[in-house]
Design a protein around this ligand. Structure first.
Ligand SMILES: [Zn+2]
Length: 94
């Protein structure tokens, strides 16, 4: 997910999930050269966009199943999927 915001002057802000050279999840924020005017009625929308993009950066683009009958509660790809009892990851054997 990349968050985009365009102001009344058509200047553009983009927030993209990325990571540092050390692998730490991060956000890359760019604007057009004139900067972006953020009216206060769009403040919460921007904060929500930063938060959602940050969650994606932390999760990575494609969480992989642990497989091997791992506990689904420990599997990033099974997170929030409510697999059937006995709650084992349905992914392939790693
Ligand atoms: Zn899984």
């Amino acid at each position: 997910m990349t968050y985009h915001h365009r102001d009344p002057d058509h200047d553009h802000l983009t927030i993209t999930p990325t990571h540092t050279t050390h692998g730490t999840p991060a956000l890359h924020i760019t604007t057009t050269p004139a900067g972006v005017l953020l009216t206060l009625d769009h403040l919460e929308e921007l904060v929500a966009g930063i938060r959602d993009t940050g969650r994606q950066a932390a999760a990575g683009p494609n969480p992989q199943h642990l497989g091997g009958k791992a506990n689904a509660e420990d599997c990033p790809a099974c997170w929030d999927t409510n697999p059937p009892y006995p709650f084992l990851c349905p992914g392939g054997t790693p």
